[in-house]
Design a protein around this ligand. Structure first.
Ligand code: ATP
Length: 235
């Protein structure tokens, strides 16, 4: 039911200038869930994350987070409510080392993880504490980008294709990281093109096509639903 959702998106529409990209997106996420947005290129997955975050030209519909309506809120206010966004390009500061990158984000809410907690949770990052952003592998940059959001106190993480461009063994590490985050009680909405990866991390999947959510599958039903999903995903 809508009342136990941490995030309830209803009839979300979004525009880039004159270009109408989202045509009524409905999404519900319960606290502690990991949910993916699947769909072909251009289906509107990235735009959905950006619209939730207030980063599109114009929005309409409803985005309720923790009971508060955010459809008219600015992106800095949305961040202060506890939603963190990791764009596909990750945004690591290249000239700063890992610790410095982790010290930079403002704490927007109580409950942000301390540096010690981050390093306990993700020993890979600790090993690289003194390495500059430019020296990090793609996987380390992705971990750092996620860890940085956990520093802020955000409780809902919006992740855009965390597996993108990474070798399979690194994708597995990112998967472990997301499962750790879930165990700690965080909630995650992630865009994925990597079907197999999505299956290892998520509780449920929304399927997008032409700026709408057209289907929803529970993770345990994903493999038996492949015939149904084939037309949307081309899998
Ligand atoms: P991809 O994996 O390719 O990013 P996606 O499902 O995330 O796919 P979006 O990036 O949300 O799709 O793009 C949805 C539609 O919006 C596409 O038709 C795209 O061309 C258009 N679009 C994306 N960004 C902009 C922009 N800044 N200005 C205008 N149109 C855009």
């Amino acid at each position: 039911a809508e009342t136990d959702a941490l995030l309830a998106v209803r009839g979300l529409e979004a525009w880039y200038g004159e270009s109408h990209v989202l045509h009524g997106v409905d999404i519900d996420i319960k606290p502690g869930e990991v949910v993916t947005l699947l769909g072909r290129n251009g289906a509107g997955k990235t735009t959905t994350l950006r619209a939730i975050m207030g980063l599109v030209g114009k929005r309409a519909g409803s985005i309720r987070y923790n009971g508060a309506e955010l459809i008219s809120a600015r992106s800095d206010i949305i961040a202060r409510k506890g939603i963190g966004y990791c764009p596909e390009e990750r945004g690591i500061f290249a000239s700063l080392d890992v610790t410095e990158n982790l010290m930079l984000p403002p704490v927007v809410m109580p409950g942000g993880l301390s540096l010690d907690e981050i390093y306990t949770l993700f020993p890979n990052l600790k090993e690289r504490a003194r390495s500059q952003g430019t020296k990090l592998s793609g996987g380390e940059q992705q971990m750092l980008a996620i860890a940085r959001i956990l520093r802020t106190g955000a409780k809902l993480l919006l992740l855009d294709e965390p597996s993108e461009g990474l070798a399979p063994v690194i994708v597995q590490q990112i998967g472990r990281m997301i499962r750790e985050i879930k165990q700690r009680g965080f909630t995650v909405l992630l865009v994925e093109q990597n079907f197999r990866f999505a299956q290892t991390v998520a509780d449920r999947h929304y399927v997008m096509e032409h700026g709408r959510v057209v289907d929803m599958v529970k993770n345990e039903e994903l493999l038996t639903s492949l015939d149904r999903l084939h037309e949307y995903l081309g899998v």
